[in-house]
Write a new protein. Structure first.
Length: 705
């Protein structure tokens, strides 16, 4: 049985309701076969002029006759005839797309079968068919060039593309260079090619298609423009004609696969404007944007808006997601949820429209909790995509094997990294990211493409990151005692293509590892300056984590002396306030309980704002520093498994927090507190604050809600 717009209309007329409603209903009786056959004949009569022009036999059975999806015969008729149904009136409009003629079909009236769809000039239809086939052949020609390898010459390849080609901000030269040197292009094919908006007179059309890489069909539909070269009379590819590299997808990530956290899901979206000369803005870069979720039912109702802007330290044209909760830019991620800075997953329904509006003006964040596009801004460009599926809010995470986790923990420079993993049911391999970074922000990355691979393992050569024992030449700190290693394993849902990934982190030796003291505890470092951090190893102590370079409380005081710490107890009121971490959107709420002293501490909650993560309860109090000449004070947080039952039995942690700077009015919403923290935990210290070197010094910035 064929399933086409034609068969849908036949069923709708026989059932006297929209086909989708009929199929979704629960009925105890079947359609009358005689009525179905009569409606099939009636539709053929309505389309007889179209069929005659295209050489389709009047004897064809629209329900059962097989046909080829090659844009000829019945397939050509499906290209040229569009059927739209008004769900309120139950009136179907049958439209000749080439000539614009229409007829109406009342689904509630099985006898309105006297009209036929008009064809005034059959040559227009046959011309449309031949041009549609020529456009389709463009993609066949492109695929054939990569059928058995990469091209040794780009001459034939270039002839398929217009000089006006633009694809995600890439010019023709850049695009040709990329695809002609990309091994993943070998064996590429194009599926579901659909031509629309064909105008033979102007020589323009739009093409929707899906791409198959390594035998895997990408679920996301690409939409490109094509144009007719008036000199050669050949159709050529124009690309999507977008002045930025733009993407939108759903993603679930387990932030650290070894710690048992459930992770979180959300959206990934970002814009990259790499070439300011094609914007039509006189060389101005795209600096901000909105990504709107528009209801697909009416194509008007805006259900949510995501604001994007360019961070102060980012490269011009790197337009990132703004988080209203942390009041900072978060790269490309916005998590699902109802808290500030999050977005409800229920906003996204298949068929909804994702609309991008691009601006050259900076994002207005003068009110950090309510970003706006600048008042005088005019949209430079607007693009729309149709959402193919609703997101999954439950992660289907790949899991690294025990051997792989050991390899990650024990990785050293100038060695290969062997990784293996298991996939969750219903997912396939996508890629693996390996990243090495230092503590001052430098990083090296390599992505291993695994699309189409059935092997759940890979060996990442050290040369892929250009890592050697001499790291001074590769952009990492050559004086570092340690680096951070991140391995992220990506899988994709086999049906929707949604990404699911798991992170694994480890601290690995740097070029100066082992110098100056070996395994013994180093003496107090009196040269520590404001901004110093101990570093952190997520994988230490069975996933509880521990500082890379444990520091003493005296060293913490040395850092504070350089920072110039302030008295918390006189500048800010903690009780009754809520602050949000800029780095990770973690929320700390201080309740109006207790007096905030050691004898009568207050209480509070730490909420990670990650779906499925329970809040952690804590006690808090304020104390004055006791060091000689000190005028500052501390906010001390303490919790253990008796205060927060979700913590491991016997586990405890204490944070001694000093206030470095205040940006704004103390206690007012939107004010930023810059903090220096000294953290101790029972898994890496004896919890006696003034003895030993077993704490972590680190910095954070918090926003008052």
């Amino acid at each position: 049985m064929n399933i086409t717009p034609f068969t849908d209309l036949i069923v709708a007329n026989a059932a006297q309701q929209i086909a989708e409603s009929f199929f979704d209903s629960i009925l105890t009786t079947s359609l009358d076969a005689t009525v179905v056959a009569a409606q099939e004949v009636a539709l053929k009569n309505k389309l007889q002029h179209v069929f005659s022009a295209l050489g389709v036999s009047s004897a064809i059975d629209l329900l059962r006759s097989s046909f080829s999806a090659d844009h000829s015969g019945l397939d050509a008729a499906l290209d040229l005839v569009k059927i739209e149904v008004d769900t309120i009136s139950n009136i179907a409009t049958i439209r000749n797309l080439i000539e614009g003629t229409t007829l109406s079909d009342d689904l509630l009236d099985q006898e309105d079968n006297t009209e036929t769809l008009e064809v005034t000039d059959s040559t227009k239809l046959t011309s449309s068919v031949s041009n549609t086939q020529a456009i389709t052949n463009l993609f066949s020609s492109l695929a054939s060039i990569f059928s058995s390898g990469l091209p040794t010459s780009t001459t034939t390849l270039e002839s398929l593309f217009s000089v006006n080609f633009l694809q995600g901000d890439q010019s023709l030269g850049q695009f040709i260079t990329d695809i002609s040197t990309d091994p993943s292009m070998i064996g590429i094919s194009f599926n579901g090619i659909s031509v629309s908006d064909l105008n033979v007179t102007l020589g323009t059309a739009r093409v929707a298609f899906n791409v198959t890489f390594n035998g895997v069909v990408e679920p996301e539909t690409e939409i490109w423009d094509v144009e007719l070269n008036q000199t050669s009379s050949q159709w050529q590819l124009l690309g999507n004609q977008r002045i930025t590299d733009t993407y939108f997808n759903f993603h679930c990530n387990d932030f650290d696969g070894s710690d048992g956290l459930t992770g979180g899901c959300g959206i990934n979206t970002r814009l990259f404007d790499n070439d300011f000369t094609n914007n039509g803005t006189g060389g101005l870069e795209i600096a901000s944007a909105t990504v709107s979720v528009i209801d697909g039912n009416d194509a008007t109702t805006v259900k949510a808006v995501v604001y994007l802007g360019t961070p102060v330290l980012a490269s011009a044209g790197d337009v990132q997601v703004y988080d209203e909760g942390s009041q900072s830019f978060t790269g490309d991620f916005k998590g699902f949820g109802s808290a500030a800075g999050q977005i409800l997953s229920s906003h996204f329904v298949a068929g909804d429209i994702i609309q991008y509006d691009l601006y050259t003006e900076d994002l207005n964040i003068s009110n950090p909790s309510a970003p706006q596009i600048a008042a005088n801004a005019q949209s430079v460009a607007t693009y729309t995509d149709t959402l193919a599926y609703a997101p999954s809010t439950t992660g289907k995470y790949p899991v690294a094997t025990t051997a792989a986790q050991s390899a990650i923990s024990n990785f050293t420079l100038a060695s290969n990294l062997t990784l293996s993993w298991t996939l969750a049911p219903g997912t396939r391999n996508d890629e693996v990211l390996v990243e090495v970074s230092d503590q001052i922000g430098n990083r090296l990355q390599t992505f291993v493409d695994l699309v189409g691979s059935s092997e759940n393992s890979v060996v990442v050569a050290s040369t892929a990151l250009e890592i050697s024992s001499d790291s001074s030449s590769i952009g990492l700190d050559s004086t570092a005692a340690s680096y951070q290693l991140l391995v992220r394993i990506y899988a994709a849902d086999e049906v929707t293509g949604q990404f699911h990934s798991t992170d694994y982190r480890a601290t690995i030796p740097g070029p100066t590892a082992g110098e100056g003291g070996g395994t013994t505890q180093p003496p107090v470092n009196t040269t520590l300056v404001c901004g110093y951090e101990s570093g952190w190893n997520d994988l230490a102590d069975g996933g509880l984590g521990a500082p890379i370079t444990p520091n003493s409380f005296e060293e913490f005081e040395t850092v504070l002396e350089d920072c110039g710490a302030l008295p918390i107890n006189s500048l800010i009121t903690v009780a009754g306030s809520t602050i949000v971490s800029i780095a990770d959107a973690e929320t700390l709420t201080f309740f109006n309980t207790g007096s905030g002293t050691v004898a009568d501490p207050g209480t509070g909650d730490i909420n990670s704002n990650v779906q499925g993560e329970p809040p952690i309860q804590f006690n808090w109090y304020v104390e004055n520093a006791t060091c000689t000449g000190c005028t500052h004070s501390y906010l001390v947080l303490f919790t253990d498994s008796t205060i927060a039952p979700d913590l491991p039995a016997g586990f405890s942690v204490r944070e001694t927090i000093a206030l470095k700077t205040i940006v704004g009015t103390p206690n007012a919403a939107g004010t930023r507190y810059d903090l220096v923290r000294y953290s101790e935990a029972s898994n890496y210290g004896d919890m006696v604050r003034n003895t030993g070197s077993d704490g972590e010094i680190w910095n954070s910035s918090e926003i008052v809600q």
